[in-house]
Write a protein that binds this ligand. Structure first.
Ligand code: F6R
Length: 243
């Protein structure tokens, strides 16, 4: 596990984008696993800028996203597909047909979960998975649990996650109560993991997840068992992790 200390959010974003850019440069037809939330926005800004400058070429890249709210379609401005399109896909030269997000409109959870797992397999697996971390230690929408959920599945969101995500909606009542998410097994099968974390409010969970006991009550702690994981955090987020 490599822990890279960045000065601040901008520095973290540039460093994370550089890791993803290296992947795209070394393997132009790679599969990028992507995340939503506020943490990766700066990373996506850098990638979009470098693509605009002609430094990066996404024409052969495929992407798979970690998760999607259940019941929201691509046009809904709160859907994760919409977020990805706005913050990254529409700003780079990627083929939209190569961008994949779980289908929140599929009513049959088993069918959608199976389809998404098969899709990832058919692409040859994920070369590098970008991750953020929730205040309760969730990755994707894998919430604290008594066991690690292995594959893509449908989850009930916890009150803490609904509370944290309501900032993107008109009110907490409008936050969907369920989501599709890659499982812990899906994430751990990625060849590389890139975790980004920013802000003092993440310092406690970062210390627990990256240095504490590995347990399903702190889902992100599982990444300690991955053979190739890079964590990039700003000073505030890593302040409770000794040098
Ligand atoms: C989003 C995702 C979530 C976020 C986490 C942190 O696709 O998978 O696990 O990474 O909720 O969100 P932010 O970055 O908004 O603090």
């Amino acid at each position: 596990m490599r822990i890279i200390r960045a000065k601040d959010y901008e520095d973290m974003s540039r460093k994370a984008a550089a890791v993803l850019a290296a992947q795209v440069t070394v393997k132009p037809d790679c599969v990028l696993g992507l995340a939503t939330g506020s943490t990766p926005i700066g990373t996506y800004d850098c990638l979009a800028q470098w693509c605009k400058e002609g430094v990066l070429d996404f024409s052969r890249v495929s992407t798979v996203n970690l998760d999607e709210y259940r019941g929201l379609d691509h046009e809904n401005d709160q859907s994760y597909y919409y977020f990805m399109n706005k913050n990254l896909f529409s700003r780079i030269n990627i083929d939209p047909a190569h961008t994949h997000v779980p289908n929140g409109m599929e009513p049959d959870p088993e069918k959608e979960s199976k389809r998404y797992e098969e899709l990832i397999r058919s692409l040859g697996g994920i070369d590098i998975q970008l991750l953020g971390i929730g205040h309760d230690g969730h990755i994707g929408f894998n919430e604290p649990n008594s066991f690690f959920d292995k594959y893509t599945h449908c989850v009930d969101l916890t009150e803490m996650t609904i509370e944290a995500n309501k900032r993107f909606f008109a009110s907490a009542d409008e936050v969907p109560r369920q989501a599709y998410t890659m499982g812990i097994g899906t994430i751990m099968h990625a060849r590389k993991l890139l975790m980004i974390v920013s802000g003092e409010d993440k310092a406690d969970i970062a210390a627990a997840a990256f240095c504490g006991e590995v347990k399903p009550e702190v889902p992100a702690s599982i990444i300690q068992f991955h053979p190739d994981v890079t964590i990039i955090g700003d000073e505030a987020a890593l302040s409770k992790i000794p040098e």
